[in-house]
Write a protein that binds this ligand. Structure first.
Ligand code: MN
Length: 247
C-alpha cells in the first residue's frame, strides 16, 4: 500500500504532519506538498514557469507550486510507484458547501480522481491556532481504511470535514450533501500610506444555511461529515430547459 499525502497549507503545516504520520499504519507514505501556504488556489496548474522540488527529508518533497502541481509531480515524477490512494489535508479550516471550489485541498483530490486514483480531502473545522489535528488524523485513517477496502465509485472522491473537538466529544460520521453559503463575502477597501487604494477580499464569518443533511449541519453538531463529490458538474435537469431555447 502506497499513499501519497498533499495539502494546500504547505509542507510545514501541522495538519499534514499529523496526517502523514497517522497514515503510516496503512502503508508507505510519501509527502509531496507546496513549499508554502497555497490555500484558495483552487485547481490551478502552473504552466508558465518551471517547478522546483526540494527533498526536505526522506519521503518529504516540497514543490514551489500548487496542490494540483504537487499531485502531478508526485505521480508522474517523484513517486517510484503509482500510489494506491491520495489523501489531501488536514486543511486548517473547513471545506464546506460552495467553498470547495476555492479549495486547493479539494482540488488535489480532484486531480488524483482525474488520474483514476482513489482520493480523500480532509479538513479540520477551525481557524484556531491550536487544532485537534491528531484526532482528525485518526478519522483520516478510518476513512482511508474503508476506501482501501471498498474502493470508490467512478469519478468520485470523499470530502471529509472533522469538527474541532476532543475524541470523546466527536459524533459518528454522517454521509452528507454539499451545503450552501447563506451570504456572499465582501471586499474591504482601504488607503495605503502613499494615499493609494488597496483591497482585501473578505470572506466574513463562515455562515451556511443550517439545512439537515448538509455538511455544515453535521459539523455544527460535532459529527464528522463525509460528502462524496463527483467531477461532472453538468446540471442534467437544466439540459432539458436549455434544449428548448432557440439558439
Ligand atoms: Mn488551506
Amino acid at each position: 500500500m502506497h499513499i501519497m499525502v498533499t495539502n494546500d497549507d504547505g509542507i510545514h503545516a501541522p495538519g499534514i504532519l499529523a496526517l502523514a504520520s497517522a497514515l503510516r499504519v496503512l502503508g508507505e507514505v510519501t509527502v509531496v506538498a507546496p513549499d508554502r501556504e497555497r490555500s484558495a488556489v483552487g485547481h490551478a496548474l502552473t504552466l508558465n514557469s518551471p517547478l522546483r522540488v526540494f527533498e526536505l527529508r526522506d519521503g518529504f518533497y516540497a514543490v514551489d507550486g500548487t496542490p494540483t502541481d504537487c499531485v502531478n509531480m508526485g505521480i508522474h515524477s517523484l513517486l517510484p510507484f503509482r500510489p494506491d490512494l491520495v489523501v489531501s489535508g488536514i486543511n486548517h479550516g473547513a471545506n464546506l458547501g460552495d467553498d470547495v471550489t476555492y479549495s486547493g485541498t479539494v482540488a488535489a483530490a480532484i486531480e488524483a480522481t482525474l488520474m483514476g486514483i482513489p482520493a480523500i480531502a480532509i479538513s479540520l473545522a477551525t481557524f484556531d491556532r491550536i487544532g485537534h489535528f491528531p484526532e482528525a488524523a485518526q478519522v483520516a485513517v478510518r476513512v482511508a481504511r474503508q476506501v482501501i477496502a471498498n474502493g470508490l465509485p467512478e469519478d468520485t472522491f470523499l470530502n471529509v470535514n472533522v469538527p474541532n473537538c476532543p475524541d470523546i466529544e466527536l459524533m459518528p460520521p454522517l454521509i452528507t450533501r454539499q451545503g450552501k453559503r447563506s451570504f456572499v463575502g465582501n471586499v474591504i477597501g482601504k488607503t495605503d500610506p502613499r494615499g493609494r487604494k488597496y483591497y482585501w477580499i473578505g470572506s466574513g464569518e463562515a455562515d451556511f444555511n443550517d439545512y439537515e443533511g448538509t455538511d455544515f449541519h453535521a459539523i455544527n453538531r460535532k459529527h464528522v461529515s463525509i460528502t462524496p463529490l463527483h467531477l461532472d458538474l453538468t446540471n442534467y435537469e437544466s439540459m432539458k430547459v436549455i434544449s428548448g431555447w432557440d439558439f
